[in-house]
Design a protein around this ligand. Structure first.
Ligand SMILES: Nc1ncnc2c1ncn2[C@@H]1O[C@H](COP(=O)(O)OP(=O)(O)OP(=O)(O)O)[C@@H](O)[C@H]1O
Length: 259
């Protein structure tokens, strides 16, 4: 269920790369809200601005103009202490290529955000156990990333993104490096995390199949949101997937799974 209220507000976000001679307008006035408890997808072709958008929200990069509000607070006005808290515990980040540290075990990778930002370790251990059981990674907690499958690595990364119980998880092509079965497994887990724990998720993807797990999808091209699809309450995931494919075909997407 989607809770009431806006969790994240993106207001007229613009991001230019380069200088006067060679300016790339990666974001050209992007505005949308993410509701609390929503699983929102962003689809768009390569180079449309998806990663730039997520990076601006995650404060990995500064927008040229525009505002990002989390629960009404303008994140660009945060001082360094609030910014560290925002990055460390209010947002979780999932990357296409997992971004686990090779010289740390699964467990150490998951607990790393907490050791940086300070926590109650008894509570963390309990949370770790709960997440590991749910994500089916208990048997890889003491392994290093090189000893895990791609699907296991991404589920460890999911646990890392959730350990601090963030307000929102930002996922950048989380199924991009996974085979079909692991991708489906990951999307089922993310859906359950969204529905049961009411965790808000914002995911960018090329993949219509992954997008069909979302409750709403925004379509971006040339740094502008130009369309929206909402999954109806009565609509199955398979029906929503068909509707996404139909839209992509109308847009002249060509390939079935890739915009
Ligand atoms: N550091 C940079 N310097 C200059 N231009 C950049 C930089 N990063 C991205 N761009 C450009 O900004 C635009 C948006 O890039 P972005 O990576 O946000 O797109 P994307 O939709 O995530 O693409 P993909 O799906 O291929 O990852 C592209 O034209 C890209 O070439």
């Amino acid at each position: 269920m989607i809770g009431q209220g806006k969790l994240l507000e993106i207001q007229d976000l613009r991001k230019n790369y380069g200088n006067k001679g060679h300016v790339t307008r990666a974001l050209n006035g992007v505005s949308f809200d993410v509701l609390k408890g929503e699983f929102l997808g962003i689809m768009g072709p390569s180079g449309s601005g998806k990663t730039t958008l997520l990076n601006c929200i995650a404060t990995i990069m500064k927008p040229t103009s525009g505002r990002v509000l989390l629960k009404g607070d303008n994140i660009s006005s945060f001082d360094s202490k609030r910014l560290a808290e925002y990055r460390g515990s209010r947002i979780g980040y999932l990357f296409q290529d997992f971004e686990l540290l090779d010289n740390l075990t699964g467990k150490e990778n998951i607990l790393l955000p907490l050791s940086i930002h300070g926590v109650d370790f008894a509570k963390a251990r309990e949370k770790l156990h709960e997440l590991a059981t749910f994500l089916e990674i208990t048997d890889v907690l003491n392994k290093f990333p090189s000893q895990m499958s791609g699907g296991q690595k991404q589920r460890v990364a999911v646990a890392r993104s959730l350990i601090s119980e963030p307000d929102i998880v930002l996922a950048d092509e989380p199924t991009g490096a996974l085979d079909t079965r692991s991708a489906r497994n990951l999307m089922n887990k993310l859906t359950e995390i969204n529905r049961k724990n009411e965790r808000t998720i914002l995911m960018v993807t090329h993949d219509a199949n992954a997008a069909s797990f979302c409750s709403r999808i925004l379509f971006i091209q040339d740094g502008v949101i130009f369309h929206e699809l909402r999954r109806q309450q009565s609509e199955s995931r398979e029906e929503f997937y068909e509707r996404i494919l139909q839209l992509l075909a109308q847009l002249g997407g060509g390939s079935a799974n890739v915009l």
